[in-house]
Design a protein around this ligand. Sequence first.
Ligand code: HEM
Length: 439
Amino acid sequence: MTTKPPPGPRGLPVVGNTHQWARDPCDFRERCAEEYGRVVNYEIIGWDAYMLTDPDDVKRVLEDTDTFPKHDSSTDKLREIVGDGLLTSGGDLWERQREAIQPAFFLSHIENYAEIMVERTADTTDRWRDGGTVDLRDEMMRTTLEILVEAMFGEDIDLQARGIYDAVEAMQRPLKPQNQPVTFLAPDWAPVPFLRRANRARDHLDAQVYDVLDARRRADADRDDLLAMLLDADAEMDAEQIRDEMLTFLFAGHETTALTLTYVWDLLSRNPDAEARLHDELAEVVDGRPTIEDVFEFEYAEAVVKEAMRLYPPAHEIRREPAEAVTFGEYEVPEGSMVLLPTWVLHRDDRFWDDPETFRPERFLDGEGRADRPEYAFFPFGGGPRRCIGQQFAMVEAQLVLATMAREWTLDRNYGDLELSAAVTLQPKGDVPVTTERR
Ligand code: HEM
């Protein structure tokens, strides 16, 4: 077969398509997919990007990590923040670490965290007032961070006193939508305030992790948190490696779940029928506080979480860098370019989803033609060897937080549609005020 370069939108000299993309990355990618089809070539922030819109091509890329390793220069920036943990490492180091850490995320272990998930959520709702207003995203962020830190280090860490909450926030700031162009384009010597704060926050978190590690090595207590699992892992990890893995979890392990919950609540608030059906299930399954056994019985609550991730995937695109020149059908993609797997686009593709813009959790229940859908029409947690290690943790957590909150509270968001902004994760633009109403 003769091959050719893939089509794509015409860009401007120097900036390429950055200006079209920056206006609304999700809309830009959807329009490109519609107009150009299977492979679309465009240029953003100096990167030669090839977006794939066929789920079988997505599968091929995610499952072949030798030909399609992570995109180097995107990962470099992240590495400056979180070091060489699972998210950013490659090759032998990644393989060893993944194998050593994987057991900590088996469902049998996640069950141990269910109580923490429910209790920290109850702490959040204890602060709410009937008829009060809170910021939805902030509440979900705080809750999921408290859960994660306790799951990682045990219950004796005071987030506030140790300045962990503020430091994690500062560490994530360079990758916020409005800061991303500066983060990626500013030279290392440039005195950018949020980059300096992020570096200081990283040093602070480093010190905190080492401090906990020291205390743990001295105490020799019998524990089953994540840190204990890393210390016990067969592969000997030095303190620096453990620190990098811990920073990676702090970075990767709470914001995405918090965003999922933000979108779940936003969608429920706009879809009273779905909310009523969720309450029917909660009334039937949950007796008192939700438990891990309840999660195993949930069907609709799980479908609600999945449908929210379909419409608003927190990881809205995945990037890889081909190690050699490759072809997809008749299209050539060069070595060293950026292959983009557009989760957002495939999750809203009407070839695989009826009425894709509509929130309808029922589509994830049995008997709704799920078998006809290609595997990679839905991939909020990625796939292949580098699939999200926290997938089950996040799914259990999202359902337990939702069930604990929804049993007693309704969160009402009468403020129009959410405006979104697509940086490394898909974020609401600005505040997300909700009224907390006791049921
Ligand atoms: C709804 C919540 C979450 C979403 C949507 C999500 C999404 C993702 C995605 C798409 C990837 C793959 C990235 C790629 O292939 O380039 C990933 C990887 C990863 N996630 Fe998650 N994640 C979530 C929750 C979590 C949690 C709770 C943790 C840890 C406690 C976690 C830790 C990680 C790590 C360490 C990796 C790197 C895995 C590797 O490369 O071996 N994530 N996540």
